[in-house]
Design a protein around this ligand. Sequence first.
Ligand code: NAD
Length: 264
Amino acid sequence: MRFDLSDKKAIVSGSTAGIGYAIAKGLAKCGAHVLINGRDEHRVDEAIVQMRKEIPGARVDGLAADLSRLEGIEKMKSFWPEADILVNNLGIYEPRNFFEIDDDEWERFFQTNVMTAVRLTRHYAKGMVDRGWGRVTFNASVTGGFFPGEMVHYGATKAALLGLSRGVAESVAGTGVTVNAFIPGPTKTEKTKAHIMNMAEQVGKPLHQFEKEMFQQQLPSSLIQRFCTSEEVANLVVFLSSNEAGAITGAALHVDGGIIRSIL
Ligand code: NAD
């Protein structure tokens, strides 16, 4: 199946690198006019150059804006007042002992991971409803119930996004706008790769062996016994953003290598 998004405008929050960049690239490949975003002007420019190199003729704009702040949201709204596809991808994470996470840190995680998505969706989904077509997705994570004790603050924000996604889907029922969450498992991005390489180096093991043992010992429920790639996650999001996925809404779809042991 080939998806034609050539008449669509798509925003992907937090997309100069990692899963966000792969999603933006996947949408651009299908012809969408894509807005990529990060905080740093230079990295935004680099990502645009990279995308035009990877997809000759890609229609891509860039916006440097910190979306965890109201000013950043306003900047995006005035730069691109409308979009047909909104991918709420932005999310920060770092392992931390629950007892060491203070209120400011909880606030930072909720502002960045949840309120950014609330604010963008409130604005862009309204226009989609008025025009009678739209696609909104939220990047949740298996960490909604994962790494207990180390990622409680992160997991709580991701659980909130699942509720937000279903709630917004209900709010736009019958309008032609679909709203879904996608749930990636451990995914190899530039950042996670650097982290794993660092851990492998510390114990003096080659990367491939360290990864293999990590999945065997710490992530035994993974059915693929490897990281997902950013492109594999992006493939699902591109599908959910297409006309062809018009009957899928209010759902939360896993792209996690089967790591959550469930038949649903
Ligand atoms: P990443 O850290 O590699 O990418 C971060 C991107 O977000 C960059 O473009 C950066 O510039 C941008 N960014 C960071 N803070 C920003 C801000 N305040 N305003 C605007 N842009 C900002 O991230 P990733 O690993 O690709 O993760 C992306 C999403 O996927 C997150 O929501 C994360 O929770 C989710 N996720 C990741 C994994 C994984 O294993 N990598 C697994 C499940 C879910």
